[in-house]
Design a binder for this molecule. Sequence first.
Ligand SMILES: CC(=O)SCCNC(=O)CCNC(=O)[C@H](O)C(C)(C)COP(=O)(O)OP(=O)(O)OC[C@H]1O[C@@H](n2cnc3c(N)ncnc32)[C@H](O)[C@@H]1OP(=O)(O)O
Ligand SMILES: O=C([O-])CC(=O)C(=O)O
Length: 456
Amino acid sequence: MQVFRARMVASSAAQRGLATSALKDKLTEVVPKEQEKFKKLKAEYGSKSLGEVTVEQALGGARGVKCMIWETSLLDAEEGIRFRGRTIPDLQKELPPASGEKGGEPGPEALFWLLTTGECPTPEQATALTNELHERAKLPDHIEPMIRSFPKDMHPMTQLSTAVTALQTESVFAKEYTKGLNKTKYWEAAYEDIVNVIAKLPEIAALIYRCTYYDGKVAPYDKSLDYSANFCRMLGYSDPEFDELMRLYLVIHSDHEGGNASAHTTHLVGSTLSDPYLAIASGFNALAGPLHGLANQEVLRWILDLQAHFQKEGKPVNEETIREFAWDTLNAGRVIPGYGHAVLRKTDPRYTAQREFALKFMPDDDLFHIVSTIYKVMPDVLLEHGKTKNPWPNVDSHSGVLLQHYGFKEENFYTVLFAVSRAYGALAQLLLDRALGFPLERPKSITSDWIVKNVK
Ligand SMILES: CC(=O)SCCNC(=O)CCNC(=O)[C@H](O)C(C)(C)COP(=O)(O)OP(=O)(O)OC[C@H]1O[C@@H](n2cnc3c(N)ncnc32)[C@H](O)[C@@H]1OP(=O)(O)O
Ligand SMILES: O=C([O-])CC(=O)C(=O)O
């Protein structure tokens, strides 16, 4: 029966000119079960409370307010992120390695299969998705000249979100919707856009990188490689160790439950039935803020400033000088980038995963030593400062020095890598949003007068 239904959906998709794929076929089995699960959830739990909302929470950026469903990952304040119930070490054990070599890092393709279907793919399924992405990667003619015409001092994140917005000309969802798309088919049309945009991101990002910092030449697309290795080649990197770093990077930055600003923005914009191109471009704009994804750029800058400052003074970078520099930052009314978190209350396991990579591949790297020394002193500095609820490092605290080690020096570009990864997580959930028929998001706002009059 399931095979029959999959064939029916595949043939109706083909009739409407939509591509079929192993992942889409799998989702054709998964989606009706998920729809049934959610119908039951609503019937059984619909009237139950998820908790009270205080005035402090309304004033304080809705911290801790449970008002969104996000199936692909869940964040625990102490333990950190789990992707479909799996920690980062679990993913490294359970997902097939992207290089095919035992013990190698899984790639974002395998993760995307897991996030969307809830099941780990076989190596063959992960490869099928890699190939599907390769087949969908070609950019329409207007994108490359547009990127080449951007001013070199336009921030790479501005270039990225502009290019992805312009890519919206390709939206199957928008075209089908205009023709009159049945609600039950939303997810199929969204699938096309979601997989297409993920497929096209490496070339867009590589064009931005090569045009902004180099001669504008991008290595030819290589379909014989996995997504991450091909991305590295197009950026201009050919070290297999850097490929492994890119796989790790793209997996761990992908998803961090739904409330973070980039995921939430993608979800909110998508809830208006703006197509996935517009939704993810909006998410990228949220990621580009220094309190969110851009912090990784700020961290690197902070470390380089620290190094330059003490070099000029003829002092070594050690626990004492780092403490001094941290206090200067705090006393200037600035935040320490890479430390603190809206939800986490312990060291981010994404930080730990990157630290482990560094210990394995670059234990003697100078910048890695500085990051390790910062880790020793910063929690105590922040505790003494007495403001932040979480004195521990987040993901952004480590990523830049790993990239620097392999010669990837242009810190203003780092958030673009984060964005390529975040697309996998935010768009996996966006697909489920459309499959599960999630409605327009529209929480209630109130005025301060309303609080004074109504809250006892
Ligand atoms: C991928 C990511 O998005 S991970 C986060 C990346 N961002 C950063 O690393 C930037 C530095 N960190 C921060 O600014 C914050 O910790 C955030 C934005 C991540 C979380 O913000 P919140 O949930 O509001 O944190 P919290 O409740 O602990 O803030 C309380 C106070 O501590 C301050 N604080 C929090 N973190 C820091 C920090 N790293 N350095 C200095 N002060 C801090 C806040 O600015 C706030 O001060 P205020 O009362 O004067 O407004
Ligand atoms: O969870 C958050 O608010 C921020 C974060 O770490 C992420 O989005 O990766």
